[in-house]
Write a protein that binds this ligand. Structure first.
Ligand SMILES: Cn1ncc2ncnc(NCCc3cnc(NC(=O)Nc4cccc(C(F)(F)F)c4)s3)c21
Length: 273
């Protein structure tokens, strides 16, 4: 491990800046490490809330998993520390913020922009799966944008090493594949499904199985009730890719390395990546 991971950090090592966002378990602040002047994001979690929700083991797993991941499209977790009442995550700072805010602002992305994000995510997931890590929570809220506009997957709070596969339900169902909403065995193909959901949402501005009630979303997912609106106009190549990812039988979903060779990706992503 690098020196950064071994050191015992304290709040005194940082100047705290503006709030960057607030999540379910705590807030995120811009911060600067005093000695190196290195800019980071500091996520502050309340121990009481973590204990209440019995997620401490998940946090430990996230820190463990993240300490081994190094990829340009995965937000770094440099380390953590805690005091009497809080746990602090020292995170890479993504200067252009949250992707979902960008999606809300643009309503939906151009095919080129959507394809470049999907290709980056596919490369990051190929890397994770190569290390037997599945993220399991790929959704716009967990995607950030770096200073050069590059996409960063964040929040491995739900990730697991693929030998243990438990998951309790929380948050939106929209991105869950059939095998997870039916809580049967699942593997890294769950991330292919979620990437297909994301690709649809990048192009149409809404996830494909959205419905008023949870029960309707649940039914639309397990029936793979996939419909493409007539507006905005989306290429048949994009629809073909989405249709090959949102397949109920997880073993029949388009493998991520094949996704990178799909015509829609080739036509819309310049080779420099
Ligand atoms: C908003 N924003 N703008 C710029 C920017 N730059 C960097 N980061 C930002 N935001 C923080 C992104 C995160 C990365 N990793 C996270 N990890 C996490 O939140 N883990 C976590 C929390 C609570 C409970 C659990 C548990 F126990 F359930 F596992 C796990 S959050 C930024």
């Amino acid at each position: 491990v690098s020196a950064a991971e071994k050191k015992r950090w304290t709040l005194n090592d940082f100047n705290i800046g503006k709030p960057l966002g607030r999540g379910k378990f705590g807030h995120v602040y811009l911060a600067r490490e005093k000695r190196s002047n290195h800019i980071v994001a500091l996520k502050v979690l309340f121990k009481s809330q973590l204990q209440q929700s019995q997620v401490e083991h998940q946090l430990r797993r996230e820190v463990e998993i993240q300490s081994h991941l190094r990829h340009p499209n995965i937000l770094r977790l440099y380390g953590y520390f805690y005091d009497q009442s809080r746990v602090y995550l020292i995170l890479e700072y993504a200067a252009r913020g949250e992707l979902y805010k960008e999606l809300q602002k643009c309503k939906y992305f151009s095919e080129r922009r959507a394809a470049s994000y999907v290709a980056s995510l596919a490369r990051a997931l190929i890397y994770c799966h190569g290390k037997h890590v599945i993220h399991r929570d790929i959704k716009p809220e967990n995607l950030l944008i770096g200073a050069q506009g590059e996409l960063k997957i964040a929040d491995f709070g739900w990730s697991v090493h693929t030998f243990n596969r438990r998951r309790t339900m929380c948050g939106t169902l929209d991105y869950l594949p059939p095998e997870m909403v039916e809580s049967v065995e699942h593997d890294s193909n769950v991330d292919i499904w979620s990437l297909g959901i994301l690709c649809y949402e990048f192009l149409y501005g809404v996830p494909p199985f959205e419905a008023e009630k949870h029960s309707d979303t649940y039914r639309r997912i397990v029936q793979v009730d996939l419909k493409f609106p007539s507006k905005p106009i989306v290429s048949s190549a994009a629809k073909d890719l989405i249709s090959q990812m949102l397949v109920k039988d997880s073993s029949k979903r388009l493998p991520l390395h094949k996704l990178l060779e799909h015509p829609w990706i080739i036509q819309n992503v310049d080779p420099s990546g």
